[in-house]
Design a binder for this molecule. Structure first.
Ligand SMILES: NC(=O)c1ccc[n+]([C@@H]2O[C@H](COP(=O)([O-])OP(=O)(O)OC[C@H]3O[C@@H](n4cnc5c(N)ncnc54)[C@H](O)[C@@H]3O)[C@@H](O)[C@H]2O)c1
Length: 436
């Protein structure tokens, strides 16, 4: 599901020598990191779990001691990867769906990273928090209102840190835009557009031979925005959601479902069982969220029609706007030509976030958004500081899943958004990525 690194992101990293070190503390590579190692267990060593593990072993002071997966091949591949990376072969936990609980019983793990199929995220994160392990969970951390609340209640009652690994919050362009917004360049923020446009039919919902994978099961059973967090990630901090403003209502509308059948007809013939199967999931879901402060957000789910990857972020205020697809900005009174776009690149350089500047100063060759995200999480664990994304923002991003489902099934009726902060949004101050 991860998109290949975008050209701008790649250039932003490579042009600076590809080093990455975006920590809260910017610990010197030797002393402090070695003084206080962070010991990690990973649950789920499929594609994403291996990728996260491979990134984490490049972070100074981080050791991966244990892995869990029910698939022996994926588990062994994960162990091999850690060993080849120069660390001791991690202990393996497997056998049944709950083998992860044995991993959680270890008393030598500081943090647990979860990268399993969606329906396992909430139960595993809850168990991990109850076991006292700082928890980082892949997206989406929850898929129902009940699971969102379970995560909030467990985090509050245990006090154990828990964040969802929404990597697009950490992108270099998105963090520069956050700096611009915080410095008032866009004026008062009014409106945002975002999307997750990523054709995942031929490699993720189904395998390349046309067999259904676990993700594809959701397309048969549900009609909703299945994967809103990559769209929403940067938007939350751009719009001060849960920190002065909050989602109020959500209205969602879905197209009919045609893309999956059409794909199978094209590729495998009209007689293929998946060409004839009925899918509940509409091809495009458009949701409109209105905030208590009167802002609006349009979010699109778009994962089953043939197309290049796109997020179409656009954020607009009383003084101008940023448009990711055009890689452009227009700032009233500042852009050289009245009502004409100007390139975003000089602004990204000027408002480059400290985390990315710090990365550029390193030269260890490990560049990227995932590194920054994991580094931020693991430094928070090491230092006992709050996770870069908290539980309220984590579940708020996820809440678009059940809200859109409810709205679509009610004929696009407005759905009231739950207040996971229980009113705290009115006084909470922005906290994400404050070091500029
Ligand atoms: N943030 C991103 O950019 C990004 C990118 C890709 C995937 N993801 C997310 O990562 C997660 C994993 O996706 P993936 O593509 O790696 O899927 P995958 O199918 O490749 O891997 C999932 C792994 O979990 C294992 N598993 C299933 N049930 C288990 C259980 N009870 N205990 C232990 N292991 C179990 C499977 O055997 C498999 O190895 C998904 O939630 C996905 O949305 C995020």
């Amino acid at each position: 599901m991860s998109k290949p690194m975008g050209r701008r992101e790649f250039l932003g990293t490579a042009a600076h020598g590809a080093g990455v070190l975006g920590a809260i503390s910017m610990l010197p590579r030797g002393a402090a990191a070695q003084d206080k190692p962070v010991r990690v267990g990973v649950i789920g060593t499929g594609n994403r779990g291996k990728s996260l593990a491979g990134t984490m072993i490049n972070i100074p002071g981080v050791s991966i001691l244990a892995l869990c997966d029910i698939n022996a091949e994926n588990l062994a591949a994960g162990q091999d990867l850690i060993e080849k990376g120069g660390q001791k072969r991690p202990e393996a936990y497997t056998g049944d769906d709950y083998a992860y609980r044995k991993l959680l019983e270890r008393d030598d793990l500081d943090a647990v990273v979860i990268a399993t199929p969606w329906h396992w995220h909430t139960p595993m994160a809850v168990d991990s928090m109850k076991a006292g392990k700082a928890t980082a969970c892949e997206v989406p951390a929850a898929m129902t209102f009940e699971d969102c609340w379970l995560l909030v209640d467990t985090q509050e009652s245990t006090g154990t840190p828990c964040m969802m690994l929404e990597n697009w919050s950490f992108r270099q362009d998105n963090l520069a835009v956050l700096n611009m917004i915080r410095q008032g360049l866009l004026g008062e923020i009014m409106h945002c557009h975002c999307a997750h446009s990523h054709d995942c039919i031929d490699h993720w919902f189904f395998d390349t031979d046309g067999n259904i994978r676990w993700g594809g099961e959701y397309l048969i059973k549900y009609n909703r925005d299945q994967y809103p967090t990559h769209s929403m990630g940067p938007v939350l901090s751009w719009m001060d959601i849960n920190c002065g403003d909050a989602f109020a209502t959500c209205t969602s509308t879905a197209t009919r479902s045609r893309g999956i059948n059409a794909y199978f007809e094209r590729k495998f013939g009209a007689d293929h069982p998946n060409a004839k199967r009925e899918y509940k999931q509409g091809d495009i879901v458009s949701s409109v969220i209105r905030t208590h402060g009167g802002k609006t957000i349009v979010v699109n789910y778009d994962m089953q029609l043939p197309r290049p990857y796109d997020n179409r972020w656009m954020i607009q205020g009383t003084l101008g706007l940023y448009d990711e697809a055009r890689s452009s900005v227009y700032l009233e009174g500042q852009s050289p030509k009245y009502h004409e776009w100007e390139p975003f690149a000089p602004y990204q350089e000027k408002y480059n976030h400290k985390w990315w500047k710090d990365m550029a100063a390193m030269s260890d060759g490990h560049g990227g958004t995932d590194y920054l995200e994991l580094r931020q999480f693991l430094d928070a664990v090491r230092n006992g500081t709050p996770t870069p994304i908290d539980i309220y923002d984590s579940v708020t991003m996820c809440s678009v899943i059940p809200m859109s489902e409810k709205s679509i099934s009610g004929g696009s009726a407005p759905v009231e958004c739950p207040d996971f902060t229980r009113g705290k949004w009115k006084t909470r101050k922005p906290y994400f990525a404050l070091d500029v």
